[in-house]
Design a binder for this molecule. Structure first.
Ligand SMILES: CC(C)(COP(=O)(O)OP(=O)(O)OC[C@H]1O[C@@H](n2cnc3c(N)ncnc32)[C@H](O)[C@@H]1OP(=O)(O)O)[C@@H](O)C(=O)NCCC(=O)NCCS
Length: 162
C-alpha cells in the first residue's frame, strides 16, 4: 500500500479522549475494564518522563504513541494507528521519531509488550528490528500472556540482544 505523509506533534488535551478510545477499541479490546482511560492518558500527558506523540494526516488524527523514558531504556506503553490509516507507514514514522528522540536522550534500548495473539503488532515490530525476548504470563489482567520485544539503538545496536 502507498505511504501517506503524516505530521507528528506532541499531544494536547484535546487528544486525550481519542487516544483513550483508540486504546480501548484497538489495544484493550476484549479485556476486562478500561485501563488506559482518559484520566490515565491525561496523567501521561503531564508526566515529565513520558512522551505522548500524535500522528495526523490530511483528514485528522491518525495515530499515537506513549513512551516512557528512563535513564537508558525507553518503554513503549501504548501505540496505535487508526485502522483506515494502517499499512501506510505512519507507525514506522512514529517509531523513527521516538528512536531519534530516545537516542538524543541517551537511551540505548526500547522495550515493548503486546498481547500474544497480536500478530500484526509482532510483525510490525519485527520489521522494525525489534527481537522477541520472552513472554510474560498474566501480563494483561492476570489473564493474558504478553510477548516482550526489544530493540537496541545507537552504539548498543551492534551488541547481541538476549
Ligand atoms: C501495529 C500497528 C501500530 C502498525 O502500524 P502501521 O502504521 O499500520 O504500520 P506501518 O504501515 O508503518 O508498517 C511498517 C511495516 O510493519 C509491518 N507490518 C505492519 N502491520 C503489519 C501487519 N498487519 N501484518 C504484517 N506486517 C505488518 C510491515 O512490514 C510494514 O511495512 P509494509 O507495509 O511496507 O509491508 C497497527 O497495526 C495498529 O495500530 N494495530 C492496532 C493497535 C496495536 O496492536 N498496537 C500495538 C500494541 S503494542
Amino acid at each position: 500500500m502507498s505511504k501517506t505523509p503524516c505530521t507528528l506533534r506532541l499531544a494536547r488535551d484535546s487528544d486525550i479522549q481519542p487516544i483513550a478510545v483508540m486504546s480501548r477499541c484497538l489495544i484493550e479490546v476484549g479485556l476486562r475494564g478500561w485501563t488506559w482511560h482518559p484520566t490515565r492518558i491525561a496523567r501521561a500527558l503531564r508526566s515529565r518522563d513520558t512522551c505522548v506523540l500524535v500522528a495526523e494526516v490530511e483528514n485528522g488524527f491518525a495515530g499515537f504513541a506513549i513512551a516512557e523514558f528512563g535513564d537508558t531504556r525507553a518503554h513503549l506503553s501504548l501505540f496505535a494507528v487508526q485502522p483506515a490509516c494502517q499499512r501506510r507507514g505512519i507507525g514506522l514514522a512514529m517509531i523513527e521519531w521516538l528512536m531519534e528522540s530516545a537516542l538524543t536522550a541517551g537511551i540505548t534500548q526500547i522495550d515493548v509488550e503486546m498481547r500474544s495473539n497480536n500478530f500484526a503488532a509482532h510483525s510490525f515490530y519485527e520489521a522494525l528490528g525489534f527481537v522477541c525476548t520472552g513472554q510474560v504470563a498474566g501480563y494483561y489482567q492476570n489473564i493474558e500472556t504478553a510477548v516482550r520485544m526489544q530493540r537496541r539503538i545507537g552504539a548498543m545496536a551492534a551488541t547481541p540482544q538476549q
